[in-house]
Design a protein around this ligand. Structure first.
Ligand code: NAD
Ligand code: UDP
Ligand code: UDP
Length: 316
């Protein structure tokens, strides 16, 4: 093995974001160890990598210790959609908290740099708009979203304490809603739901009045931001927002998807889930200045590729 080739661990590497990250890291010439328990990820997402001698796959749950030798760790393991993370909420908190402790313990032992996939959910239902990294958030500690939100918040705490206490090189990315090919068709997130419903000619389920907003980042932009963050100087830890500042109402998204798929589907309104944030838009000034990063793919362009992906998947 050449000395400068990096060994990179991607936890949650068989998931939506993790699998795209594995692709990118391999394309850059790294050795990649993908660790996943297949809770929400699938082997299909990484099937195309299995013949690559620089790619290794390990079925493992990050709530248990892991002893491997690596140079960098991207800690992506955690169910991300409300349906999945609320299915077994105790396991969700364990994955965020015990998973972070184990990966930080590993990073400490092997002196690896470690990046945490945190989330805009740490801001909860934000009263500051758009959200900047300085904002401490408005999170319900005891609601149905809390296992995810508070788990991710505690993971951030652990990352900063391992830095203060043990001098670890940490990076924390706060990821805003990201979409693209390899999203799980049944994970209940809005982009995949609307596209799948439109392609099947089913009703488009808008929750509440649909005036709540989200900002949607295409997956390739997001992955580029993560890799840039990992490779910043050691004194830069984040947290840093990564997302696309373009903000849309959920109704606007529904209309776009219907128009782009040419679907006959009708919009129906279902009850708004508990604690559903009313608005969300990243302030990405920090990412622009420290990572020289900003998203390049507009919503319509990204939706086009995502619709093509789901069209193929559904016609299999
Ligand atoms: P995903 O569900 O597709 O991927 C998560 C992966 O983690 C899956 O492959 C799953 O099987 C694996 N996993 C779950 N629990 C595990 C455990 N205990 N041990 C090992 N593997 C485990 O979701 P995603 O959208 O790819 O999200 C990846 C990461 O990014 C998550 O940490 C998520 O919280 C974060 N994130 C994603 C978004 C988004 O919009 N996609 C937004 C904010 C944060
Ligand atoms: N750990 C791990 N892999 C390693 C080193 C540690 O999974 O290579 C786990 C270990 O099980 C421990 C956790 O990481 O529970 C935290 O490790 P740390 O060294 O910080 O704490 P300690 O072992 O002192 O509890
Ligand atoms: N949403 C919706 N219909 C759906 C799925 C989601 O109207 O079929 C809404 C949901 O209530 C929320 C927004 O779309 O306001 C984004 O939901 P998602 O689960 O994708 O992400 P998150 O709420 O975690 O941002």
């Amino acid at each position: 093995m050449s000395i400068d080739r990096r060994r990179v661990l991607v936890t949650g590497g068989a998931g939506f974001l993790g699998s795209h990250l594995c692709d990118r890291l391999l394309a850059e010439g790294n050795d990649v160890l993908c660790v996943d328990n297949y809770f929400t990820g699938t082997k299909a997402n990484i099937e195309h990598l299995l013949g690559n001698p620089r790619f290794e796959l390990l079925r493992h749950d990050v709530t248990f210790p892991l002893y491997v030798e690596v140079d960098q760790i991207y800690n992506m393991a955690c169910p991300a959609s409300p349906i999945h993370y609320q299915f077994d909420p105790v396991q969700t908190t364990k994955t965020s908290v015990h998973g972070a402790i184990n990966m930080l313990g590993l990073a400490k032992r092997v002196k690896a740099r470690i990046l945490q996939a945190s989330t805009s959910e740490v801001y909860g239902d934000p009263v500051m708009h758009p959200q900047r990294e300085e904002y401490w958030g408005n999170v319900n500690p005891i609601g149905p979203r809390s296992c995810y939100d508070e788990g991710k918040r505690c993971a951030e705490t652990l990352f900063f304490d391992y830095r203060r206490q043990h001098g670890l090189e940490i990076k924390v990315a706060r990821i805003f809603n990201t979409y693209g090919p390899r999203m799980h068709p049944n994970d209940g997130r809005v982009v995949s739901n609307f596209i799948v419903q439109a392609l099947r000619g089913e009703d488009i389920t808008v929750y509440g009045d649909g005036r709540q907003t989200r900002s949607f980042c295409y997956v390739s932009d997001l992955i580029d931001g993560l890799v840039r963050l990992m490779n910043t100087p050691a004194d830069f830890t984040g947290p840093v927002n990564l997302g696309n500042p373009g903000e849309f109402t959920i109704l606007e998204l529904a209309e776009k998807v219907i128009a782009m798929t040419g679907s006959q589907s009708k919009v129906i309104h279902n009850p708004l889930p508990h604690d559903d944030p009313k608005q969300r838009q990243p302030d990405i000034a920090l990412a622009r200045s420290r990572l020289d990063w900003s998203p390049t793919i507009a919503l319509e362009e990204g939706l086009k590729d995502t619709i093509t992906y789901f069209n193929k998947l559904l016609s299999k």
